[in-house]
Design a protein around this ligand. Sequence first.
Ligand code: NAD
Length: 256
Amino acid sequence: MSISLAGKTYVIMGVANKRSIAWGIARSLDQSGARLIFTYAGERFEQSVRDLVATLDGNHEIILPCDVTDDASVEQCFAAIKEQAGSIDGLAHCIAFAKTEELAGNFSDTSRDGFLLAHNISSYSLTIVARYAKELISEGGSIVALTYIGGERVMPNYNIMGVAKASLEMSVRYLAADLGRQGIRVNSISSGPIRTLSSKGVSDFNTILREIEEKAPLHRNTTPEEVGDTAAFLFSDMSRGITGETIHVDSGYHIL
Ligand code: NAD
Protein backbone atom coordinates (compact mmCIF):
# COMPACT_ATOMS: atom_id res chain seq x y z
CA MET A 1 0.00 0.00 0.00
CA SER A 2 1.91 3.08 -1.07
CA ILE A 3 1.56 6.50 -2.66
CA SER A 4 4.38 7.65 -4.94
CA LEU A 5 6.50 10.40 -3.40
CA ALA A 6 9.43 9.83 -5.77
CA GLY A 7 11.48 12.98 -6.28
CA LYS A 8 10.24 14.54 -3.02
CA THR A 9 12.31 15.27 0.11
CA TYR A 10 10.99 15.17 3.69
CA VAL A 11 12.56 15.90 7.07
CA ILE A 12 11.71 13.35 9.77
CA MET A 13 12.17 14.70 13.31
CA GLY A 14 11.88 12.37 16.32
CA VAL A 15 13.23 8.91 15.58
CA ALA A 16 14.59 7.56 18.87
CA ASN A 17 14.44 3.83 18.13
CA LYS A 18 12.62 1.25 16.02
CA ARG A 19 9.41 1.66 18.06
CA SER A 20 9.18 5.42 17.37
CA ILE A 21 6.14 6.53 15.40
CA ALA A 22 8.58 8.69 13.41
CA TRP A 23 10.20 5.43 12.29
CA GLY A 24 6.82 4.15 11.06
CA ILE A 25 6.49 7.35 9.03
CA ALA A 26 10.06 6.98 7.73
CA ARG A 27 9.33 3.44 6.53
CA SER A 28 6.15 4.48 4.71
CA LEU A 29 7.88 7.42 3.02
CA ASP A 30 10.89 5.26 2.12
CA GLN A 31 8.52 2.76 0.48
CA SER A 32 6.95 5.68 -1.42
CA GLY A 33 10.34 6.49 -2.96
CA ALA A 34 10.91 9.77 -1.07
CA ARG A 35 14.32 11.06 -0.07
CA LEU A 36 14.51 11.49 3.70
CA ILE A 37 16.49 13.74 6.03
CA PHE A 38 16.60 12.72 9.71
CA THR A 39 17.10 14.84 12.81
CA TYR A 40 17.77 13.47 16.29
CA ALA A 41 17.57 15.11 19.73
CA GLY A 42 21.11 14.61 20.97
CA GLU A 43 24.26 12.53 20.72
CA ARG A 44 22.80 9.58 22.60
CA PHE A 45 20.35 8.95 19.74
CA GLU A 46 22.74 9.48 16.82
CA GLN A 47 24.09 5.94 16.40
CA SER A 48 20.71 4.21 16.74
CA VAL A 49 19.22 6.55 14.14
CA ARG A 50 22.16 5.96 11.76
CA ASP A 51 21.87 2.17 12.24
CA LEU A 52 18.12 2.24 11.54
CA VAL A 53 18.43 4.51 8.50
CA ALA A 54 20.96 2.07 7.02
CA THR A 55 18.20 -0.59 6.93
CA LEU A 56 15.93 1.45 4.63
CA ASP A 57 15.77 0.87 0.87
CA GLY A 58 16.64 4.44 -0.10
CA ASN A 59 20.00 6.07 0.43
CA HIS A 60 19.22 8.78 3.00
CA GLU A 61 22.50 10.46 3.85
CA ILE A 62 21.56 13.62 5.72
CA ILE A 63 21.27 12.92 9.47
CA LEU A 64 21.59 15.95 11.74
CA PRO A 65 21.29 16.90 15.42
CA CYS A 66 18.41 19.22 16.37
CA ASP A 67 17.49 20.01 19.98
CA VAL A 68 14.18 21.86 19.73
CA THR A 69 14.67 23.56 23.11
CA ASP A 70 17.67 25.43 21.69
CA ASP A 71 16.99 28.15 19.08
CA ALA A 72 20.58 28.02 17.80
CA SER A 73 20.38 24.25 17.33
CA VAL A 74 17.18 24.55 15.24
CA GLU A 75 18.68 27.39 13.18
CA GLN A 76 21.90 25.43 12.54
CA CYS A 77 19.97 22.31 11.63
CA PHE A 78 17.91 24.05 8.96
CA ALA A 79 20.96 25.95 7.67
CA ALA A 80 22.66 22.56 7.21
CA ILE A 81 19.56 21.16 5.47
CA LYS A 82 19.53 24.16 3.11
CA GLU A 83 23.21 23.73 2.35
CA GLN A 84 23.04 19.96 1.82
CA ALA A 85 19.57 19.51 0.26
CA GLY A 86 18.43 22.92 -0.99
CA SER A 87 14.65 22.83 -0.84
CA ILE A 88 12.40 20.29 0.89
CA ASP A 89 8.78 19.22 0.36
CA GLY A 90 7.73 18.79 3.96
CA LEU A 91 8.46 17.80 7.50
CA ALA A 92 7.17 15.33 10.10
CA HIS A 93 7.26 16.67 13.68
CA CYS A 94 7.19 13.62 16.02
CA ILE A 95 8.53 15.21 19.19
CA ALA A 96 7.16 15.35 22.73
CA PHE A 97 8.37 15.20 26.31
CA ALA A 98 6.98 15.50 29.83
CA LYS A 99 8.47 14.51 33.18
CA THR A 100 7.36 11.00 34.17
CA GLU A 101 6.15 12.25 37.56
CA GLU A 102 3.72 14.61 35.78
CA LEU A 103 2.12 11.68 33.87
CA ALA A 104 0.40 10.21 36.94
CA GLY A 105 -1.56 11.46 39.89
CA ASN A 106 -3.46 14.73 40.32
CA PHE A 107 -3.35 17.26 37.48
CA SER A 108 -3.54 20.03 40.10
CA ASP A 109 -0.08 18.95 41.32
CA THR A 110 1.55 19.79 37.95
CA SER A 111 4.65 21.89 38.65
CA ARG A 112 5.32 25.20 36.86
CA ASP A 113 8.57 23.76 35.60
CA GLY A 114 6.87 20.58 34.34
CA PHE A 115 4.10 22.59 32.66
CA LEU A 116 6.59 24.83 30.82
CA LEU A 117 8.91 21.97 29.86
CA ALA A 118 6.07 19.93 28.31
CA HIS A 119 4.85 22.95 26.34
CA ASN A 120 8.34 23.95 25.25
CA ILE A 121 9.30 20.56 23.80
CA SER A 122 5.89 19.24 22.73
CA SER A 123 4.17 22.36 21.42
CA TYR A 124 6.35 25.45 20.88
CA SER A 125 8.85 23.28 19.01
CA LEU A 126 6.43 23.01 16.08
CA THR A 127 6.28 26.78 15.71
CA ILE A 128 10.03 27.35 15.74
CA VAL A 129 10.60 24.43 13.39
CA ALA A 130 7.92 25.73 11.01
CA ARG A 131 9.56 29.19 11.05
CA TYR A 132 12.85 27.80 9.70
CA ALA A 133 11.31 25.05 7.56
CA LYS A 134 8.97 27.41 5.66
CA GLU A 135 12.02 29.08 4.06
CA LEU A 136 12.95 25.73 2.50
CA ILE A 137 9.57 24.16 1.74
CA SER A 138 8.42 24.43 -1.85
CA GLU A 139 4.90 25.54 -2.82
CA GLY A 140 2.51 22.63 -2.28
CA GLY A 141 4.60 21.34 0.65
CA SER A 142 3.20 19.91 3.85
CA ILE A 143 3.98 19.78 7.59
CA VAL A 144 2.60 16.95 9.73
CA ALA A 145 2.61 16.86 13.56
CA LEU A 146 1.56 14.05 15.90
CA THR A 147 -1.05 14.44 18.59
CA TYR A 148 -3.25 12.33 20.87
CA ILE A 149 -6.90 12.36 21.94
CA GLY A 150 -5.74 13.45 25.40
CA GLY A 151 -5.46 16.93 23.83
CA GLU A 152 -9.24 16.98 23.18
CA ARG A 153 -10.60 15.27 26.26
CA VAL A 154 -9.43 14.12 29.65
CA MET A 155 -7.60 10.79 29.49
CA PRO A 156 -6.29 9.05 32.63
CA ASN A 157 -2.75 10.12 33.61
CA TYR A 158 -2.07 12.03 30.38
CA ASN A 159 -2.31 15.22 32.44
CA ILE A 160 0.08 17.98 31.33
CA MET A 161 0.77 16.27 28.00
CA GLY A 162 -2.95 16.63 27.18
CA VAL A 163 -2.75 20.37 27.76
CA ALA A 164 0.43 20.56 25.63
CA LYS A 165 -1.30 18.59 22.83
CA ALA A 166 -4.27 21.01 22.90
CA SER A 167 -1.73 23.81 22.44
CA LEU A 168 -0.01 21.87 19.64
CA GLU A 169 -3.32 21.27 17.80
CA MET A 170 -4.21 24.96 17.99
CA SER A 171 -0.70 25.83 16.78
CA VAL A 172 -1.36 23.57 13.78
CA ARG A 173 -4.41 25.70 12.92
CA TYR A 174 -2.62 29.05 13.35
CA LEU A 175 0.34 27.77 11.34
CA ALA A 176 -2.03 26.47 8.63
CA ALA A 177 -3.56 29.97 8.36
CA ASP A 178 -0.12 31.59 8.31
CA LEU A 179 1.75 29.27 5.93
CA GLY A 180 -1.27 28.74 3.68
CA ARG A 181 -0.32 32.04 2.03
CA GLN A 182 2.83 30.29 0.79
CA GLY A 183 0.88 27.23 -0.34
CA ILE A 184 2.18 25.14 2.58
CA ARG A 185 -0.31 22.88 4.41
CA VAL A 186 -0.10 22.03 8.13
CA ASN A 187 -2.01 19.11 9.65
CA SER A 188 -1.82 16.72 12.57
CA ILE A 189 -2.44 13.02 12.99
CA SER A 190 -4.10 12.01 16.25
CA SER A 191 -2.65 8.53 16.76
CA GLY A 192 -4.13 5.87 18.95
CA PRO A 193 -1.82 4.74 21.78
CA ILE A 194 1.30 2.88 20.63
CA ARG A 195 3.96 1.39 22.92
CA THR A 196 7.06 3.61 22.50
CA LEU A 197 9.80 5.14 24.66
CA SER A 198 7.60 8.20 25.33
CA SER A 199 4.35 6.35 26.03
CA LYS A 200 6.17 4.16 28.57
CA GLY A 201 6.15 7.26 30.78
CA VAL A 202 2.33 7.37 30.93
CA SER A 203 1.18 5.57 34.05
CA ASP A 204 -1.02 2.49 33.46
CA PHE A 205 -0.48 2.56 29.68
CA ASN A 206 -1.41 -1.14 29.31
CA THR A 207 -4.92 -0.42 30.58
CA ILE A 208 -5.32 2.23 27.87
CA LEU A 209 -4.21 -0.27 25.17
CA ARG A 210 -6.66 -2.89 26.48
CA GLU A 211 -9.52 -0.38 26.46
CA ILE A 212 -8.94 0.33 22.75
CA GLU A 213 -9.08 -3.39 21.94
CA GLU A 214 -12.31 -3.74 23.89
CA LYS A 215 -14.13 -0.57 22.82
CA ALA A 216 -12.77 1.01 19.61
CA PRO A 217 -14.88 0.33 16.50
CA LEU A 218 -12.04 -1.70 14.90
CA HIS A 219 -11.22 -3.54 18.18
CA ARG A 220 -7.47 -3.38 17.67
CA ASN A 221 -4.63 -1.05 18.50
CA THR A 222 -3.06 1.42 16.09
CA THR A 223 0.22 0.50 14.37
CA PRO A 224 3.06 2.87 13.44
CA GLU A 225 2.53 1.69 9.82
CA GLU A 226 -1.06 3.01 9.85
CA VAL A 227 0.17 6.39 11.06
CA GLY A 228 3.02 6.28 8.51
CA ASP A 229 0.65 5.63 5.59
CA THR A 230 -1.63 8.50 6.70
CA ALA A 231 1.41 10.77 6.86
CA ALA A 232 2.34 9.71 3.30
CA PHE A 233 -1.20 10.70 2.23
CA LEU A 234 -0.88 14.08 4.00
CA PHE A 235 2.46 14.67 2.26
CA SER A 236 1.08 13.74 -1.14
CA ASP A 237 -0.97 15.83 -3.56
CA MET A 238 -3.90 13.48 -2.88
CA SER A 239 -4.53 15.59 0.26
CA ARG A 240 -3.93 18.96 -1.45
CA GLY A 241 -7.26 20.40 -0.22
CA ILE A 242 -6.65 19.56 3.45
CA THR A 243 -5.01 21.95 5.92
CA GLY A 244 -5.43 22.85 9.60
CA GLU A 245 -6.97 19.40 10.13
CA THR A 246 -6.51 16.71 12.79
CA ILE A 247 -6.96 13.24 11.31
CA HIS A 248 -7.62 10.48 13.84
CA VAL A 249 -5.78 7.21 13.15
CA ASP A 250 -7.02 5.39 16.22
CA SER A 251 -9.27 2.48 15.13
CA GLY A 252 -12.17 4.92 15.50
CA TYR A 253 -11.85 5.29 19.29
CA HIS A 254 -12.46 9.07 19.12
CA ILE A 255 -16.10 8.65 18.02
CA LEU A 256 -17.07 7.02 21.30
P1 NAD B 1 9.42 8.43 20.94
O1 NAD B 1 9.96 8.50 22.34
O2 NAD B 1 9.91 7.38 20.07
O3 NAD B 1 9.60 9.84 20.20
C1 NAD B 1 9.66 11.07 20.88
C2 NAD B 1 10.81 11.82 20.28
O4 NAD B 1 10.89 13.15 20.83
C3 NAD B 1 12.16 11.15 20.55
O5 NAD B 1 12.81 10.86 19.32
C4 NAD B 1 12.92 12.19 21.33
O6 NAD B 1 14.31 12.18 21.06
C5 NAD B 1 12.26 13.47 20.81
N1 NAD B 1 12.59 14.63 21.65
C6 NAD B 1 12.38 14.77 22.99
N2 NAD B 1 12.94 15.93 23.39
C7 NAD B 1 13.49 16.52 22.30
C8 NAD B 1 14.21 17.72 22.08
N3 NAD B 1 14.51 18.57 23.08
N4 NAD B 1 14.64 18.02 20.81
C9 NAD B 1 14.37 17.18 19.79
N5 NAD B 1 13.68 16.02 19.93
C10 NAD B 1 13.26 15.70 21.18
O7 NAD B 1 7.83 8.32 21.16
P2 NAD B 1 6.59 8.41 20.14
O8 NAD B 1 5.47 7.83 20.90
O9 NAD B 1 6.98 7.87 18.83
O10 NAD B 1 6.34 9.97 20.04
C11 NAD B 1 6.32 10.69 18.80
C12 NAD B 1 5.15 11.65 18.78
O11 NAD B 1 3.94 10.88 18.73
C13 NAD B 1 5.02 12.54 20.01
O12 NAD B 1 4.55 13.82 19.61
C14 NAD B 1 3.95 11.82 20.82
O13 NAD B 1 3.29 12.68 21.73
C15 NAD B 1 3.05 11.41 19.69
N6 NAD B 1 2.03 10.40 20.02
C16 NAD B 1 2.40 9.23 20.61
C17 NAD B 1 1.43 8.29 20.92
C18 NAD B 1 1.81 6.99 21.58
O14 NAD B 1 0.93 6.33 22.15
N7 NAD B 1 3.05 6.55 21.51
C19 NAD B 1 0.08 8.54 20.64
C20 NAD B 1 -0.27 9.75 20.03
C21 NAD B 1 0.72 10.69 19.73
